[in-house]
Design a protein around this ligand. Structure first.
Ligand code: SF4
Length: 503
């Protein structure tokens, strides 16, 4: 086990931690603020890569039970003022959960005497906003002295489990001690990967103009018409964005059958087929169309080629909403393929009258391979006037290629169903770099970082910048980071809003 300094206030906690963290230096601070302050001063210069306070704590939230763990996101005073931030708490909590422990994250407040009784716990919870309390962590925090710092408390007593009854108190001590021991092993694994690292942020990254527009359309529609506003499919492929809009009164549905007649509905950035527009008309829905103008451009191309009698080869991922919408513009003319291997099996009416279109979020290099195969088989094939793969996809892939050349690991922030985010992972891997897709900071697995010195970070076009910033901030728990940016292009694209929601 590496350079871990584990600080436990009481002897029983120290014993529990030592049993499962044999390589760590486990130090007893003593109970209460005065001893904690003194210990922090002497430990601030102790040799260690990471510092953790681990011990028992009392629950303030009724959701916590004895034997569960709390990882502090912040250390707070009794009045709720923040004494210290704990970046990366979600990363440590996720490690503990992966080890099978029951874990909560939230603020912990440090107080001068034990808090017992449901009334006292509720009052402290309300004044501090904390979910658990202890008597040392806030005063021990200076021991970290700029090093990665974690506070883990095993719940010993809770609103429904006051320690009045000896038998239930004993049961609580046993379950909290077991949890603390298990946590010690996980903290040891954490300490093993602590190391200084360079973080290189890709530019451009994160939300594109089409995604920002779609989100703004839903927000403005909610302001203008009031909830509920129905979104057909996820407005953009990002879990966080959809949940936030749902909290404000938007309702995500798969099909218009789920929308009451006459209601207000927003079509997603990925676009819809004429069949869906016709259904909306029959149901007399108030439609606000958030289809990205670059997707609408591909729809128009499909209509034009179909009107001119072409067989259309649509290169993209079958089942993706954008492909369903585009193919629906000319269902009798369109064949969807995803790879160059499928070109040989294509069956067209007239090989001299074939056109191709592509999904906007494909991997640029792979698509070039499919198109050149199409050109070999159909020398007269025609394509779109300008490339269908959009500027945002191209720029983000160029930026991730640049990162892949110089980094040991690339993190792509985006949801699993985000096509453009998945393509970024593939592009990084094709350029010889290990890459991981993650939705949020709790998806960070510290084991990915073993031997990694330079980490590239980007986000898919459907993922907001703030989520990527949270992930980058959480990496501080794995060691000191120096942050730089590698830009390959500047983006100033902005689309106008639909008429119905313009100011
Ligand atoms: S990725 Fe491209 S096509 Fe898709 S919403 Fe963004 S700008 Fe529009």
């Amino acid at each position: 086990m590496s350079d871990l300094l584990l600080i436990a206030p009481m002897a029983a906690e120290q014993r529990a931690l030592k049993a499962r963290a044999p390589g760590a230096r486990v130090v007893r601070s003593g109970v209460g603020p005065r001893r904690a302050r003194r210990a922090a001063t002497s430990l601030a210069t102790a040799r260690a890569a990471g510092v953790a306070v681990a011990g028992f704590g009392g629950a303030l939230s009724p959701e916590l039970e004895p034997g569960e763990l709390v990882v502090a996101t912040e250390l707070r005073a009794r009045d709720g003022s923040v004494r210290d931030q704990c970046p990366g708490a979600e990363v440590i909590a996720a490690m503990l959960r992966r080890a099978g422990l029951r874990v909560h994250t939230g603020p912990i407040t440090s107080v001068r005497s034990p808090v017992l009784g449901a009334g006292a716990r509720a009052r402290l919870r309300s004044s501090s906003g904390a979910i658990a309390a202890d008597m040392e962590s806030a005063w021990l925090a200076p021991a970290a002295a700029g090093r990665p710092f974690v506070v883990v408390r095993a719940i010993l007593d809770a609103p429904g489990s006051e320690p009045w009854h000896p038998f239930s108190a004993l049961r609580s001590v046993i379950s909290a001690t077991n949890a603390l021991q298990a946590a010690a092993g996980v903290l040891g694994e954490w300490a093993n990967v602590i190391s200084p690292r360079e973080l290189v942020l890709a530019a451009p990254r994160a939300s594109c103009a089409g995604v920002e527009r779609a989100i703004e359309v839903v927000e403005r529609t909610l302001d203008r018409y009031g909830p509920p506003v129905y979104m057909r499919k996820q407005i953009v492929h990002n879990r966080h964005v959809v949940s936030e809009l749902e909290r404000r009164g938007a309702v995500c549905v798969d099909e218009l059958d789920e929308v009451p007649d006459g209601a207000t509905v927003v079509f997603s950035a990925h676009g819809v087929s004429p069949r869906v527009r016709e259904q909306a008309r029959r149901k007399e829905l108030n439609v606000i169309d958030a289809t990205c103008p670059l997707v609408s451009k591909v729809h128009a191309e499909a209509r034009r080629f179909a009107d001119d009698g072409y067989s259309i080869v649509l290169v993209g991922h079958g089942g993706h909403e954008e492909i369903e919408g585009t193919a629906g513009e000319a269902p009798n003319h369109v064949t969807v393929i995803a790879s160059a291997e499928e070109v040989d099996g294509l069956d067209v009416d007239d090989p001299g009258r074939v056109a191709y279109l592509t999904q906007t979020t494909l991997a640029v290099d792979e698509t070039k391979g499919v198109v050149s195969r199409l050109r070999e088989r159909f020398p007269d094939i025609v394509g779109p006037r300008s490339d269908d793969i959009c500027y945002a996809t191209q720029n983000r892939q160029d930026a991730v290629k640049a990162l892949a050349r110089s980094c040991d690991l690339v993190l792509v922030v985006g949801s699993r169903n985000s096509s453009n985010s998945n393509r970024l992972v593939e592009v990084a891997e094709r350029h010889g770099c290990k890459a991981r897709l993650l939705d949020e900071q709790s998806d960070v697995d510290p084991h990915w970082f073993e031997g990694v010195e330079r980490v590239g970070v980007t986000a898919g076009a459907s993922s907001p910048e703030r989520i990527m910033r949270r992930v980058a901030g959480a990496l501080e728990v794995l060691g000191p980071v120096s942050v730089s940016e590698h830009a390959v292009a500047a983006e100033e694209v902005k689309f106008t809003l639909p008429r119905e929601v313009r100011a």
